[in-house]
Design a protein around this ligand. Sequence first.
Ligand code: ZN
Length: 536
Amino acid sequence: MGTKGGNGNGNADGKSTYAKFETAVKEIKLLGSANALLSWDQETYMPPKGGAWRAEQLSLLAGLVHDRLVADEMGEMLERLRGPAERGELEPREATNVREVARSFERERKLPADLVREMAKQASLSQEAWVKARKASDFSIFAPFLEKTVELKRKAASLLGYETDQGEIYDALLEDFEPATKTRDLVPVFDRLRGSLVKLVQAIQASGRRPDLDLSPSRGLAAAAAAGGARREAKARLFPVERQREFALAVAKDMGFDLEAGRLDVSAHPFCSGLQVRDVRMTTRYDERDIVMALFGVMHETGHALYEQGYDPANAGTPMAEAVSSGIHESQSRLWENQVGRSRPFWRHYYPKLQATFPEGLGDVDIDRFYFAINEVTPSFIRVEADEVTYNLHILLRTELERELIAGRIQVSDLPRLWNQKMQEYLGVTPPSDAKGVLQDIHWSLGLYGYFPTYTLGNLYAAQFFAAARQDIQGLEGKIGRGELAPLREWLRDKIHRHGQRFRAHELVREVTGKPLDPDVFAGYLQTKFGEIYGV
Ligand code: ZN
């Protein structure tokens, strides 16, 4: 101990400290994944009366995870590893783990325990008020709770800190979801994207073309489209749920989802939870009148699941087996759901199978009608029902509002008016009620600020990754058209999944595509695809 200059000794000390450190980090992950398993159970199989006990279990485990992470012992290990990391004495994977755990340690230490408790309590009160307000479509029920939530988040953000010269307070919250991405990186990208999207939506609206069937009546879009002059069939098409499950699982397996290392269950709100590399749980929901929701929902969650199953098992329990950021995670789900799942080549292979599975529902629908129906673009009020084009305008609106809210440049009471104003400006529709407007999402009630932009970042990254894959994999679309999905999955695993958190999002995009984040790739993809469908 304390030997200076003897590089052998110093290195050995670094190695033994690192081994102890990795054991401690892995134990935190073991606790955290027990917590994740209990949450998964809560959403899938827990009997309704189990809620109160479960809440105590989750809160106890979350407390243990926090205590272990911010322990003085962890601080000392990180301090001792700083030197070896700086001198390049650690392996790259080890250096990544040290860097990322240090980042979490420093952030968590900045927030006093009583503030963390207050925020958790406020989130639960605020969520309750939000449910009531949405039901009554009355923003004034929610407003006082949201004001308190925003106040606490602003307090947390100033304790977490941000660059005061070029940065802004929103950066401190964005960091939770997109480490190292700053508001100043997002704003010009989103502004540029908004311009192309608004133009494309207007052109599509003006084209007058509409699909003549609605395969997803649960989305509630039929009414909106009917108002736009579309003529829909009155016939109810039925898709038995058990066959939907089998078909979706078969696609997930073709994509590479390992059923020996994962599951698919049902929950009210679909999600994917990676407990560890070899145990990844995803969920979906079914509606027998709707062939779109579960099928594309499962492709989406499988995209997330392949990321979780794609880490190197040797790194289990460390940041090298975790996602770069929420935006990069979302890029994997959107790539499979949209770039692959809503493409013509994909359905060249899968549509005959889908038709054979649902002869009563699709026997009279040819592939062109089907392809148009799953790619309909319609301005609508509800984000989760939105299509590939309009979806991002919903996100830009939310990002702009929450950034201003956290900066204190607008007030909670301004939200309903500004929301409706932007909906009109970007999508040409004004929500008829707050329930269909400012009250539709749960995020703000839970204190999730900085999360919304990661959905659009996911789309932008997905477009860039897919474009790079097309260059790297010869005849990729031909392969997809023959149902050969393995080459794409292997490419994603090699370029993205196995690296865990080794690269930051902006480094990864450069590493994989040779270019920085660029909204024009996504805008170009949309223009090509929907230009053909709508003749614009
Ligand atoms: Zn997702």
